[in-house]
Write a protein that binds this ligand. Structure first.
Ligand code: SF4
Length: 475
């Protein structure tokens, strides 16, 4: 993985004069709305009409191991920037009732799987999984372990909001064999925190990191967000100092998408305070440069890891798969997701659970799996998924690898896409992508535009004619 930038951007405090020109000529591309490609096909391609029977049939055909995703939608209050599927409430009764429903769904899913299917990885996300008390978490995990067989070395991770995660939570999680902790930070600047409605000091975060280390979590991850309202280069540079000092194993930096027309709670944010395209690029570069200086290895898009971390090692060997980076697409297992709004990814396609708690309960009461929409994948999707995954993880796709896996001739199969890339004002001429003797690579200085290159290969989004789902922020 190359970490040097061909043309490092102009950064306050770092000084480099000619990069703004480079950045400026890509601003139109940076301003385009493209999917995040956390899966392919993306959720944009989902259609209604997927039934419990269809999903049950897909589950029954799973042969290998599974990765399990558990969605907890509850938060104490809703952060103004959040685009996640969240139920903000201080009333714990609804959340306790949800755990019982979740247990019923887990049982219903496990009963439809073959006996030998076991779990190699489990991730709890949200929302705020540590919204629950340690005792509630124990009961929920016990219910899952009662329904599924786990491998001895299963990777078990959870998202933790430091504002509500106590030492008792962490002790319980270790007892329950959680070995990876993903901690939400976003930004430490008080002005930014006030604007996004999330007050969380560096000390609060540091306490959780320190306790997690002391309790023996194998990996600690921090999630940051650039492009937040009132963020400036100085503020994000100041945020990076305690982050680097805490020395997490991995760091993810996601771009905030301001979409108040689709995300009503974002209307609380004054649009005049949201950074424009040029400032967004600079914020991202300030954060990236500081992490690279601090010895982190850049992996694909948005992700950084210490050189000793398995993710950095995998990046070196071009063996990063998106599940490694917290994406939904699985490496060696089928992704089965439980909880409202969660998305499962099976060989036959992607399928999403209902979003509303009431619909979730009604479906389970009827003895059904609570699914509502999805997308069947075809052979073309699998080829395009391969290309998009490689670009997202390695910033490079090697044609021969795709040809071998799918028995196609790349130049022929993607002649339209390659033609579009090669036209005089295409992404190659604009030095965003480059052809190499073995394939197509994204220029290091243009890595933040890798999704624009992926979009060229996204037949579903381009054929639909609808605007694609925008890049969203981390939850
Ligand atoms: S950002 Fe995280 S803590 Fe805030 S509302 Fe969204 S899921 Fe909850």
């Amino acid at each position: 993985m190359r970490t040097c930038l061909k043309a490092p951007p102009i950064l306050t405090g770092f000084g480099n004069g000619d990069v703004e020109v480079v950045e400026d000529r890509w601003l139109d591309e940076a301003a385009r709305t493209v999917p995040r490609y956390t899966s392919y096909p993306t959720a944009h391609a989902f259609v209604p009409g997927f039934t419990s029977e269809v999903y049950a049939d897909w589950l029954a055909r799973i042969e290998g191991p599974i990765a399990l995703y558990v969605h907890i939608p509850f938060c104490i209050e809703r952060c103004a920037y959040c685009a996640c599927n969240v139920i903000a409430t201080k009333h714990r009764d609804a959340a306790s009732a949800y755990l019982k429903l979740l247990g019923r769904e887990v049982l219903a899913v496990s009963e439809r799987l073959k006996k030998k299917v076991c779990v190699t990885r489990m991730h709890w996300g949200g929302g705020t999984p540590t919204y629950y008390t340690p005792a509630e978490l124990r009961l929920a995990v016990q219910a899952i372990r009662g329904s599924f067989e786990f491998t001895e070395d299963a990777e078990i991770s959870i998202e933790a909001d430091p504002r509500v995660t106590t030492i008792e939570h962490l002790r319980m999680l270790r007892r329950l064999k959680f070995n990876r902790l993903s901690i939400g930070v976003q930004d430490f600047a008080p002005a930014v925190q006030a604007m996004i409605g999330r007050i969380q000091s560096a000390e609060t975060t540091r306490r959780v990191v320190r306790n997690a280390r002391a309790l023996g979590f194998d990996s600690v991850n921090l999630d940051l967000v650039y492009g937040l309202p009132l963020q400036t280069e100085r503020r994000i540079a100041q945020t990076m100092e305690p982050v680097v000092e805490m020395r997490p194993d991995r760091i993810a930096i996601y771009g905030y998408a301001h979409l108040p027309e689709r995300v009503p709670n974002q209307r609380k944010i004054d649009p005049a305070t949201v950074p424009g395209v040029r400032l967004r690029r600079r914020l991202e570069e300030v954060a990236r440069k500081r992490l690279v200086e601090a010895g982190y290895v850049e992996v694909g898009l948005d992700h950084f890891a210490l050189p000793t971390d398995p993710l950095a090692k995998a990046a070196k060997q071009r063996s990063v798969h998106r599940d490694f980076m917290g994406y939904t697409t699985s490496r060696d297992s089928t992704l089965v997701a439980v909880g409202v709004s969660s998305i499962s990814e099976l060989p036959q396609g992607l399928i999403q659970n209902v979003k509303k708690l009431s619909a979730y309960e009604r479906a389970l009461d009827r003895g059904e799996l609570p699914v509502e929409k999805g997308c069947r994948t075809n052979a073309d999707d699998l080829i395009r998924r391969h290309v998009i995954q490689r670009l997202m993880c390695d910033l490079e796709v090697r044609y021969e690898e795709v040809e071998r896996a799918h028995a196609i001739r790349f130049e022929e199969y993607f002649k339209e896409e390659l033609r579009e890339l090669r036209v005089p004002d295409g992404l190659i001429a604009r030095e965003i992508a480059r052809e190499t003797p073995v394939g197509l690579t994204v220029e290091p200085a243009a890595r933040s535009l890798v999704r624009n290159v992926c979009y060229v290969f996204d037949r579903r989004a381009r054929q639909s004619g609808d605007p694609p789902a925008g890049m969203s922020s981390a939850g």
